[in-house]
Ligand binder design. Structure first.
Ligand code: SF4
Length: 281
């Protein structure tokens, strides 16, 4: 039996999520920054991490955004195939939620309507929307506004299959080294392996929304996450790029089937303001 869901609920949910995630990080990110401030080896690095913690506290208590770059709204929607949306167009409803969130929440409007003409849309729309159809009659909305300091440092590598897992490790380390301080470290590194050109990039983006501190259920992928985090933290980039042992808080890797002739790898880097929150309706 179909379940009817009025799209006005999608709008109000996304509006509230936009305001919430830009003012308050999720518990996994808060505790990762807190832990890093204790185990960071550099004194300056510890000081910076403590300032980041203070910044998070002030943002929450004084109701101001964690960072002036409140990001481009990225939305993943897993839509149950037994839902029938009523009351309007779903994509319009999503963008209306973003428009309301960014205007009513006094968040920075960071979106231009054309990549070269560059006229600001003044309401942070359109959002980047990824939709997938899943079994059931629920919809899961994940909002992850993305800052572009770190987005600009993200990369796609179309490796040859023979380059194997060592090629993947080199690709991730190259992307992180090249990002350096520009990605506002400590970073969270999302990695997508497999699929095709665009699928690996979406996997890498989705990987950023996975809880920091969690690991892949695939044994070799979990090992890869652990090894890459260790290697990245030996690069010495450190908090704010001023040196130290905390360059990344986590490496999250997602994989997918691919073609016999290819090994696509995407590295989507996020700064320490890794905003993500999910709601199930
Ligand atoms: S990359 Fe992140 S920390 Fe840096 S300016 Fe953008 S949102 Fe802020």
């Amino acid at each position: 039996m179909l379940r009817e869901l009025d799209v006005s609920l999608i709008t109000s949910t996304i509006r509230d999520l936009c305001i919430k995630v830009t003012h308050e990080l999720s518990a996994d990110m808060i505790s990762a920054i807190h832990d890093a401030s204790e185990y960071e080896k550099s004194e300056l690095g510890r000081k910076i991490l403590c300032q980041l913690k203070e910044n998070l506290d002030i943002a929450k208590s004084d109701n101001i955004p964690i960072c002036q770059d409140t990001g481009m709204a990225v939305i993943f929607m897993e839509i149950g195939q037994d839902i029938h949306f009523v009351g309007g167009n779903l994509n319009d409803a999503i963008n209306e939620g973003v428009r309301k969130g960014y205007t009513e929440g006094y968040l920075r409007k960071s979106v231009v309507s054309d990549p070269l003409i560059r006229k600001n849309t003044n309401d942070n729309t359109p959002a980047i929307i990824h939709q997938s159809i899943v079994p059931g009659d629920k919809v899961k909305i994940t909002l992850a506004p993305k800052g572009f300091g770190s987005e600009n440092m993200s990369r796609v590598f179309m490796l040859k299959p023979a380059q194997g897992i060592d090629g993947v490790k080199d690709a991730v380390l190259t992307a992180v080294k090249d990002a350096g301080p520009n990605a506002c470290p400590p970073m969270v590194v999302g990695v997508g392996i497999g699929g095709d050109f665009e699928k690996c990039a979406i996997l890498a983006k989705k990987a950023l929304t996975r809880e920091v501190g969690s690991h892949s259920e695939i044994d070799y992928v979990k090992d890869l996450e652990v090894e890459l985090l260790k290697k990245i933290n030996k690069l010495g980039i450190g908090p704010a790029g001023l040196g130290g042992s905390t360059t990344a808080l986590a490496v999250n890797v997602e994989t997918f089937a691919t073609h016999i002739a290819g090994l696509p790898v995407a590295v989507n880097i996020c700064c320490h303001v890794n905003r993500h929150e999910s709601v199930i309706l």
